[in-house]
Design a protein around this ligand. Sequence first.
Ligand code: ATP
Length: 361
Amino acid sequence: MKKVSVECRNIRLSYGRTEVLKDINLLIEPGEFFALLGPSGSGKSTLLRLVAGFNQQNSGQLFVDGQDIGGVPPHKRNIGMVFQSYALWPHMTVWDNVAFGLVERKLRRAEIKARVGAALELVGLSQYGKRRPNELSGGQQQRVALARTIVIEPQVLLLDEPLSNLDKNLRVQMRQELLALQRRLGITTIFVTHDQEEAMTTADRMAVMDQGVIQQVGSPSNLFDFPCNRFVANFVGTMNVLEGEVKQRSSKNITLSIGGVGDLSLPLQAEAPDSPRIAASFRPHTVQMENAGGWGDARFIWLPGIIERSEFLGEFTRYEVRVGEQRITADQAHYAGLSLYRPGAPVSIGLEPAQIRLLSA
Ligand SMILES: Nc1ncnc2c1ncn2[C@@H]1O[C@H](COP(=O)(O)OP(=O)(O)OP(=O)(O)O)[C@@H](O)[C@H]1O
């Protein structure tokens, strides 16, 4: 099957006076597994439904394989969509649910039989053709919904929170199955989720949306390591933020004065904002910890702190540490025999300058 690109160019969409999609520009490459990640109400489903043809933009253009498909109705788009609720027909068997789109397209019986059989085999449900949806588990219903969509051989697969009705273990299993299936078929896929773990573990690239605006697009690791703003930083993982006044700025360094902590001198990054207040941001797992007064790696900036709270999570312990007026989250890897710091314990925490991102305050 030919792999196709999907492109949104300057797309705007309003419901009444509320603009829900604000100048969306996005290029999804042929065969890519692309995740749209964002909080509830950010516009993800609206954008997905627009690609399917169920919503119409007020302005801007939508291209599939380089063709403007703005005026093409949903059933002529060659795009398959799997809904959160699966939307299976309860009175029909699994086989008939999967065959429905092919019957509607008036395909010959022999071809319908071959294609439905192949689709059910692809999702591991060959033995379940005679059952009805209410005789299946949630994961199996999800697979029927997928089979019903891929049987029409769409060029683009749209998935709107397809795993959100499943329990945690099944969700993890199904997302791996989904990815394996997508890789086998090579269908350009757009996957909507508000679960950052789901997006990061599956997507080739992803877009983080907030309030109808695409905040950043990139690979999961790129967005995690180099978030462009505090929204992305906090939506994709946990981020410590120390806001400070810029005291000095040279071509190589920047000195921030941080309330209750003092001055931090950091290497200046090319993309650092040019503003009088800046947020020094770093991930909890990049923070080192030593006994009070202790100094570890000399490349780190060491600060005295007091443990306020600890949470033992098995593989690591998450500490909340008070440093002057600031509170820093520090994750420390755990192994058998390592004793934990208790609340009230004085510690030294180490920040690695190379791991600190300078963002707008
Ligand atoms: N048919 C509609 N009429 C008016 N407003 C709508 C309509 N559909 C969605 N909205 C509004 O548009 C905004 C975006 O909704 P959308 O469903 O796209 O968000 P979402 O990111 O998919 O959220 P969720 O994760 O909760 O599904 C919300 O503020 C929502 O209330």
